[in-house]
Design a protein around this ligand. Sequence first.
Ligand code: RIB
Ligand code: CA
Length: 319
Amino acid sequence: MPRSIILDVDTGTDDAIAIMMAALSPEIDLVACTTVWGNRPVENTTDNTLRVLDYINRSDIPVYRGLDEPFGPIGVPQPSPSDDHSGGKMHPKELDLPPATSVAQTQGAVEWLVETLRARTEPITLVPVGPLTNIAAAITLDPSIIDKVDEIVIMGGAHAFGNATPSAESNIWHDPVAADVVFKAGFKRIVLVPLDATHDALVTGAQASELHALSTPAGLATAICIQQRIVAHDESQPQAIPDSAPIHDAVCIAYLLDPAVLPLNHLHVGIETTGVRTFGRTVIDVRHRGIEEPNAYVALTANADVFYRLLKECVSIQR
Ligand code: RIB
Ligand code: CA
């Protein structure tokens, strides 16, 4: 029985790969994509999401446009949507895919999330891989929907190093108050996939060429996105392995397909919502020094070989 999920995305290049894996895997029922601001304004993240689904012949998956500014107060100057230190190369305003032919649903993402989860009788998994703005808004509107979610798998946060700032990761930094609301909301099971894990599952240019050679729509699109990410990282965040890049959001989908890709640690995660230098930081109590009980299962490492195997299996599929 495929696992039902909702992907909340700020489609950029790694979101695109996560969408393709989820939309093509026979083990996943991608109920819908909800879009949010983050890498780019929500107009662009919505258009990019539609482009991806059209390109892999999954226009049947509905896309709901979400919020375009932080849920919480802006504590420090917010980044421009393309402020990923790569001059916008990491997440082009328009993905290098044909223009979308399908359109987003008329209902807003937050309203749809509330209505859909209220009516849900079977468990569903939320996979937010952008700022947590939509999720925080939906559970604030109706906290009862939290119980319909069996697991929320979040790409975000960082322990050893940030990317938006020295201490914070982009998704959390864009909307720390939203993240704080989500982590305190009482979800049954929170899995956090921070930069520590995603940077442990790097994909190389040679592997991108291998995916391109599959000659499937997803293989071609994934190769394009990976190559763009490698160029952007080489310029702004060079990796330990030359000619490689992390594919953050896709690691969350790989976890759903094979949890062995992410060894998990039950730890307390707190969100810094006021610090100047630490605004948006996930404070992960890796050595249990605090008094707060663990509230999340946190991946601090990843299995790169398992990740790439799952990635290749998914993008080999053509619908
Ligand atoms: O920090 C990485 C995260 O921020 C990824 O989800 C990427 O798509 C951006 O949203
Ligand atoms: Ca993202």
